[in-house]
Design a protein around this ligand. Structure first.
Ligand SMILES: NC(=O)c1ccc[n+]([C@@H]2O[C@H](COP(=O)([O-])OP(=O)(O)OC[C@H]3O[C@@H](n4cnc5c(N)ncnc54)[C@H](OP(=O)(O)O)[C@@H]3O)[C@@H](O)[C@H]2O)c1
Length: 384
């Protein structure tokens, strides 16, 4: 297993859905590499022009050339000698059916060292076959999963070469000589773990418990209109129309936050998480209710996040504007603290004060998350 990753080498991306496509947008805008290697394992549309159109426009973010400010608009997406270029960065396309299996993708032949698996289909790092996340390591040095790990066989322990890291929380856990399969956790975890970490560090054992709800934009894991659930579907509400319904769903955020902030367990802080999908294309909010021992007002709480944002300026933005979800589309932050929306209430039991605080953190679950992948890529390559 190699440990030194070059930021100049082409990046590999498996799966070009919402996260994969926006990652291509971001990487091509940064221009750190001259090539991006993309594995779809299937043909796309009728011609390379269809691919060019897919990358040139986006129903949520608009035109690539307009989104990435300062571009020469005519030349942002080009076809030259049957190859596609975004901002001058060449996209190498692996669309043969044999490239559908991670172990069969010849990443190293294209100079790829780091692969982002954005398929959402291979989440279990304990599985060791060609058609798994680990399969990418047949021909690459590192694989980044753009989701939390999901281990099917609960009796199997996590391999030593895996780690879950979140920017602004536990990047120091990453050991280049040891870790080859790295989960960037979920967008929700990237939003709520930084402020929870700030609270844990500040309050310690005065932090009694928290409950979070993410009000989350729709994703492609849902249905456009009602469909018949598949055999064995657990979350059948995801088969209901995402157009016109609020849909309660499960979220792994409670476990993932504890994994990246182990003090939550050691301090015995209670935690809970739930999720509600709403009909927006992107733009989500975490409503975080915390219970603290002691008496605190809003100004005291604001100060914690002001200081955290000063220390982690690319992760958390402190806002005193009256935001709505449309305002955060295209945000590069993992989390935006909506200070205007903070409420607190203090009660007294015996001679002890307790304060409940209601906090709100916005996130662009798509582009904001892709920016967190860029920060993780910086961790792997030393590129900042
Ligand atoms: N959307 C969000 O807000 C968000 C935020 C953070 C993290 N995530 C996570 O990121 C992952 C992707 O999410 P997404 O929203 O981008 O999903 P998506 O839009 O459904 O994209 C997934 C893509 O992967 C492709 N794919 C599936 N299996 C493949 C394979 N074996 N080889 C190559 N391509 C394959 C699919 O294409 P085909 O049509 O060819 O199957 C599809 O284009 C999920 O794990 C999700 O939980 C999503």
């Amino acid at each position: 297993m190699g440990t030194v990753i070059s930021s100049k080498q082409p990046v590999g991306i498996c799966g070009i859905g919402r996260i994969g496509k926006l990652l291509v947008w971001l990487l091509s805008a940064k221009k750190a590499q001259s090539e991006i290697v993309i594995a779809t394992g299937r043909k796309t549309g009728k011609s390379i022009e269809d691919l060019a159109t897919y990358f040139a426009y986006d129903s949520t973010y608009g035109a690539y050339s307009r989104f990435i400010a300062g571009f020469d608009h005519d030349r942002a997406v080009e076809i030259k000698n049957d190859s596609l270029y975004l901002n001058g960065v060449k996209l190498v396309w692996l669309n043969d059916p044999k490239h559908r299996t991670p172990g069969g993708i010849p990443w190293s032949e294209h100079g790829v060292e780091v692969v982002f698996d954005t398929t959402g289909k291979m989440l279990d790092p304990t599985v060791n076959d060609a058609n798994s996340l680990r399969g990418h390591l047949n021909h690459a040095k590192k694989v980044v999963l753009t989701a939390p790990f999901k281990v099917k066989n609960k009796g199997v322990s996590m391999p030593d070469d895996t780690v879950t890291v979140v920017g602004g929380v536990n990047f120091s856990k990453y050991d280049a000589s040891k870790h080859a399969i790295i989960s960037n956790a979920s967008c929700t975890t990237n939003c709520c773990a930084p402020p929870i970490k700030a609270l844990v560090d500040h309050f310690g054992d005065r932090f009694v418990s928290y409950s979070l709800t993410t009000v989350h934009a729709a994703t492609n894991s849902q249905s456009v209109l009602d469909v018949l659930p598949k055999d064995g579907d657990k979350d059948t509400r995801k088969r209901r129309s995402s157009f016109n319904t609020m849909i309660p769903t499960s979220t792994g955020a409670a476990n993932a936050v504890v994994e990246v902030i182990p003090e939550i367990r050691s301090l015995g802080i209670g935690s809970q998480a739930s999720s509600l999908r709403v009909p927006t294309t992107t733009g989500s909010i975490v409503i975080l209710d915390v219970s603290l021992i002691g008496e605190y007002d809003n100004a005291y709480i604001h100060d914690i996040f002001k200081k955290y944002a000063e220390k982690n300026p690319d992760i958390l933005r402190y806002s005193d504007e009256q935001l709505v979800s449309a305002d955060i589309v295209g945000s590069t932050y993992s989390s935006i603290y909506d200070s205007e929306f903070t409420h607190h209430r203090t009660s007294k039991r015996g001679d002890r004060y307790y304060t409940m605080v209601d906090l709100n953190f916005w996130y662009d679950n798509e582009f904001g998350y892709v920016c967190s992948l860029w920060r993780l890529y910086g961790l792997l390559t030393g590129l900042r």
